[in-house]
Design a protein around this ligand. Structure first.
Ligand code: HXC
Length: 257
């Protein structure tokens, strides 16, 4: 399937999705976000895909929601159409989703990166929530996910001043999991995704679900949820295979059962 604003490529069990509106620094317009939701729903159903990498260009992961598209909105339009409600398709995607960020990840771009399970950044990456400079505030999780990722002090600083932080600051703050040289970015992210995709699918999806749950519930409820999922994995063939392979000093042959 081909898209107007996305490029897609399958590498082994990994799907690489590239945001592709280069003239607008990958500004996230409604076409792009609808196409992203569409492709993710296909990959969620596709047993051949174990993980997805989402990336942009070298210059920009995405410079934000499309300002030219938003400019004329009024309150009633925004509210009644649930403007950007469709973006939740990224955060509700059930397979691992890695953001590979080079260049600008601003506003909605930073928010989409934060909807992914983790962010691998090139040394050229720049993150920020500049909405305040336009007279709005983050609307797709910037005030919430950024605060959980980097804490109140840095989140307030970024959201209130609109300044950008570079890759090193973002890594120190806990927003990104690794920094790699720009030319290594895609390969590193795809290799990480490929490794994830090599593990038993149910365990991988439950691991994602369990960590994600920690942002939603109390510690007691989160621990209870984790324990239930943990116990349930002993019902899988791949648990038997993984542990037998370890004991027999051989490589496991997982079958996603
Ligand atoms: C629409 C955008 C855009 C955006 C860049 N462009 N960002 N178009 N929406 N968010 C367009 C420019 O208009 C320009 O088009 C082209 O991309 C290249 O951008 P330049 O500004 O010329 O590039 P440069 O000088 O290198 O500056 C890069 C930049 C700057 C610092 C990233 O483009 C910028 O500040 N962009 C806006 C960042 C921002 O405010 N993002 C938050 C948006 S609000 P032309 O046609 O002139 O060549 C948001 C709300 C989220 O995201 C909340 C709900 C989701």
């Amino acid at each position: 399937k081909s898209y107007e604003t996305l490029l897609t490529e399958i590498r082994g069990s990994v799907a690489l999705v590239t945001l592709n509106r280069p003239k607008a620094l990958n500004a996230l317009n409604s076409t792009l976000m609808a196409e992203l939701a569409d492709v993710l729903s296909l990959y969620e159903k596709d047993d051949a895909i174990g993980a997805v990498v989402l990336t942009g260009s070298e210059k920009a992961f995405a410079a934000g929601a499309d300002i030219k598209e938003m400019q004329g909105l009024d309150f009633v339009d925004a509210y009644v159409s649930d403007f950007i409600g469709g973006w939740d398709a990224v955060s509700t995607f059930r397979k691992p989703l890695i953001a590979a960020v080079s260049g600008f990840a601003l506003g909605g771009g930073c928010e989409v990166a934060m909807m992914c399970d983790f962010i691998i950044a090139s040394d050229t990456a720049k993150f920020g929530q500049p909405e305040i400079t336009l007279g709005i505030i983050p609307g797709a999780g910037g005030s919430q996910r950024l605060t959980r990722a980097v804490g109140k002090a840095k989140a307030m600083d970024l959201v209130l001043t609109g300044r950008m932080m570079d890759a090193a600051e973002a890594e120190r703050a806990g927003l990104v999991s690794r920094i790699v040289p720009a030319e290594r970015l895609i390969d590193e992210a795809v290799e990480a995704a490929q490794k994830i995709a090599s593990f038993p699918r149910a365990a991988v999806m439950m691991a994602k679900e369990a960590v994600s749950r920690s942002f939603e519930v109390t510690l007691t409820e989160g621990l209870r949820f984790e324990r239930r999922l943990f116990h349930s994995l002993f019902a899988t063939e791949d648990q038997k295979e993984g542990m037998a392979a370890f004991v027999e000093k051989r490589k496991p042959a997982f079958r996603n059962r």
